[in-house]
Each structure stands twice: as structure tokens, then as C-alpha cells.
Ligand binder design. Structure first.
Ligand SMILES: [Zn+2]
Length: 343
């Protein structure tokens, strides 16, 4: 049986825009959305976002932060909030739609209308902390989706994988003290936002439920596949997530100059096939992918299309992972071994 894939995008996501150039701009998804519609329109279920409501957003963000955003939006300088995260007239509403797009797909996955969802949303979210936005991110979309799944569907084992080139500091902060969300971030060490050390493992009930994998800039397909294959296979078997959410950033691609890592377009297809396998083994195929970064339009487009090709292919049962000595060195002393058995 073919998998049912939901594809969510909306022209209103283009309304968060300013005249000055920013790497995070509407052109990232304008052409890409039309290619996906054209190429996969009859194979995917097209989905429309709704706006997330205040209570859903406040499950992650403080009301003080929301008030602060509104105050900055009325100022004339879009960079009055910080030097990356611009805010203009429509930004608040577009950010509500970005978060709400994830909630819409989450509902459809839980209703079994779709198996896999891909939210082509912006602004991105994984840097946004409960009390502040940063790094182009206004609302933490994937975190708002996870909180919604906990509250609305009483899920208590949610796995979030973040493979954006940058550490998902915001998501980490939201779930740092809970075991109901297991957060795994693989990211380049030493770049923005300068967090995500291996030793950041969670606190209290959440100890062991944050796994950071800071990689070296010269790491590429072989190292990433070995690390994620090894860690996800083991952790999924032991944690038994009820759904897998993915902060799908495409800026660790070798052609994306915002990072130094060397992933190829094909890797994004491969990790998607691996995630399908894990989602099948653990959680009845429930998989929700949420767009984060990706700033080279050419590599972003090719890599997202590779993701869709994999989502729509028949699922593979066993995907072999080759050994990588460099990646194995990194795992040797990783504190995750104190909490999980690597099989
Ligand atoms: Zn990024």
C-alpha cells in the first residue's frame, strides 16, 4: 500500500518579508512550493494551515515574549528586536500560521488521514526559546506541535530529531526537564547559537532525554549516517516513541555556505528513508517533518525534492549503515551511553 503524504504550504508564508536582503526570505520556498505542487500534487494530500491560537503558542512561549513581539512589530525598524530576526507588519500572523501548519498536520497524522507530513513553513522555529526569538525564528513551531500532541492526544513519548546545521537551542530549552519529549540534535560545533555540547543532557526527569551530537565541519554523509543510524536505531527501540517529529533544516548541505558540513543532496533522501523505517517500527508510521533552515536555494530545492521522493517511495525494511571511524570516535565517550544502550 502506498504511503499517504501530506504537503502543507501556503502563499501567506511569503508575507513575512522585508526589503533588505536576509538569508531567510520568501524566495527560499516560493519556487520550491510550486515545483512540489507540480511534481507531487497528485501524489500528496495538499493541506492548508490554520493559525495557532494563543493558548497553543503559550504552551511554549511566555505571554511577556508575545507582548514584546507585538511592541516591536509596531516600530518602523524591522530589526529592532535583534539583528537576524526581523519583524514586520505581517510577521506575527505568519508565525501563527507557521506553528498552526504543524498542528494541522499533527491532527491529520493522528487521525490517520496521512502517514507522513511535510510542513513547508516559515519563519523557521528551532532557535526560538520560551522567552525570546532569535536566529530568524519567531515561534518554535516543532515545540508547539509537540506540546499540542501532549495536551490534545495525551502523548508522552515524542521523539524530535533536529538535523539542521545549527543546534536547536530553543527546542532543547523547552523540553530540557521532561522525559515526555526526547530531543536529539546533530549540528556543527562552534557555530551559532554556540550551544549543544554533548554534556547538555537534560535535567531532573529530563536527564538523558536531550542528546546533542556536535559534529566537526568536515563531517558529511558517512559520518552523519553512522551517527544517526546507530543512535536512532538504539534509542527508538528503547524509548518507543509514539510519533517522530523532525526539525528538517537543509543548511548542513555542502553547498550551503552558512555551515561547513558536507552533506549531499542524496543524504536527505537517505535520512528520510531511515526515519520512515524507524517510524514504522515504533509508531505506526507517524512522521512529521517541519522545515527549518536551508539558505542556498539550489541545494535546498534539490534536497527537499529528495526528501519527497523518499517519502513517496515504498518503505524499505533494513537500511544498511557503513562504519565510520571518525564518527565512532565521537560516540566513544558520549554521555548518552550513561542512559541508553547502543546496540
Ligand atoms: Zn540552521
Amino acid at each position: 500500500m502506498n504511503s499517504k503524504v501530506g504537503f502543507l504550504v501556503d502563499d501567506r508564508y511569503l508575507d513575512h518579508a522585508i526589503l533588505r536582503h536576509s538569508p531567510e526570505n520568501p524566495e527560499r520556498i516560493r519556487k520550491l512550493a510550486s515545483i512540489v505542487r507540480e511534481r507531487y500534487g497528485n501524489k500528496c494530500l495538499p493541506c492548508q494551515p490554520r493559525a495557532a491560537v494563543a493558548a497553543e503558542i503559550e504552551a511554549v512561549h511566555s505571554s511577556f515574549y508575545l507582548q514584546q513581539l507585538r511592541e516591536h512589530i509596531v516600530r518602523s525598524d524591522p530589526y529592532s528586536y535583534d539583528r537576524d530576526t526581523y519583524l514586520m507588519e505581517h510577521s506575527f500572523y505568519v508565525a501563527e500560521l507557521a506553528a498552526g501548519g504543524c498542528l494541522e498536520l499533527a491532527d491529520q497524522i493522528m487521525a490517520r488521514d496521512i502517514d507522513y507530513g511535510f510542513a513547508m513553513i516559515r519563519p523557521p522555529g528551532h532557535h526560538a526559546e520560551p522567552g525570546r526569538g532569535m536566529g530568524f525564528c519567531v515561534f518554535n513551531n516543532v515545540s508547539i506541535a509537540a506540546q499540542y500532541l501532549r495536551r490534545q492526544y495525551s502523548l508522552n513519548r515524542i521523539l524530535i530529531l533536529d538535523f539542521d546545521a545549527h543546534h536547536g537551542n530553543g527546542t532543547q530549552e523547552v523540553f530540557y526537564d521532561t522525559d515526555e519529549v526526547l530531543f536529539i540534535s546533530v549540528h556543527q560545533r562552534g557555530i551559532f547559537p554556540f550551544s549543544g555540547e554533548m554534556t547538555e543532557v537534560g535535567t531532573g526527569r529530563g536527564e538523558g532525554y536531550t542528546i546533542n551530537i556536535p559534529v566537526f565541519p568536515q563531517f558529511g554523509d558517512a559520518e552523519y549516517t553512522f551517527l544517526l543510524g546507530r543512535i536512532l536505531q538504539s534509542v527508538v527501540e528503547q524509548y518507543l516513541p509514539q510519533i517522530i517529529l523532525v526539525s528538517a533544516g537543509y543548511d548542513a548541505h555542502r553547498d550551503d555556505t552558512i555551515s561547513g558540513t558536507l552533506l549531499t543532496t542524496e543524504w536527505y533522501g537517505l535520512i528520510t528513508r531511515m526515519l520512515k523505517q524507524y517510524a514504522h517500527e515504533a509508531c505506526g508510521d507517524r512522521l512529521l517533518m517541519v522545515l527549518e533552515g536551508g539558505y542556498n536555494p539550489v541545494s535546498l530545492e534539490a534536497s527537499v525534492l529528495a526528501t519527497f521522493d523518499s517519502l513517496l517511495q515504498p518503505r524499505q525494511n533494513k537500511i544498511g549503515v557503513f562504519f565510520s571511524e571518525r564518527a565512532n570516535q565521537l560516540l566513544k565517550n558520549h554521555p548518552l551511553r550513561n542512559y541508553w544502550t547502543l546496540t
